[in-house]
Design a protein around this ligand. Structure first.
Ligand code: FES
Length: 161
């Protein structure tokens, strides 16, 4: 899925990033904090900003890509308004979390790690949400859905549509 990066809408964010790059770029190992700041500001790494970092730091774009793809903290996809965190930890897995994940994917028409084209929902896999007694469990932003069944999925998602 291709998402359009709107420069005009992001004008202030771009300015913030430009200032951060200016202040940071001459320190050793500056690339990592610059990329972290980029993700912090935009919620992901827009291609246009990677190109900007490349120009400002005189780093080949391929090297920047290399770092971005090596570390799982970085994403090239913008986050949706509602972040669905599906727990696939052991306790949830044995109670059918995989089926829950697939039901959510089917309902939204996207795979985990992806965002719907209207930027409403993103699906993320979690390892353990830290409350295994609720298995299988997923969250939508701060809302927790415990002991969830496949048949509940549509009704739950409809609340956010
Ligand atoms: S395994 Fe799902 S909350 Fe722990």
């Amino acid at each position: 899925m291709e998402f359009v990066f709107e420069k005009e809408k992001n004008k202030d964010n771009i300015e913030d990033l430009e200032i951060f790059i200016k202040e940071t770029k001459d320190s050793p190992g500056a690339l990592m904090p610059i990329m972290q700041e980029t993700q912090e500001i935009f919620g992901y790494l827009p291609l246009e900003m990677l190109q900007l970092i490349s120009r400002r730091t005189n780093t080949p774009l391929a090297d920047i890509y290399g770092v971005a793809t090596f570390y799982s903290q970085f994403t090239f996809i913008p986050m949706g308004e509602y972040k669905i965190n599906v727990c696939l930890g052991t306790a949830c897995y044995v109670k059918g979390a995989q089926g829950i994940l697939e039901a959510i994917e089917k309902e939204l028409g996207i795979k985990h790690g992806d965002t719907t084209p209207d930027l409403k929902f993103s699906i993320i896999e979690a390892r353990c949400l830290g409350d295994c007694g609720l298995a299988p469990v997923f969250t939508i932003n701060d809302d927790v859905y415990p002991h969830v069944k496949k048949d509940d999925i549509k009704g739950i998602l409809d609340k956010y549509r």
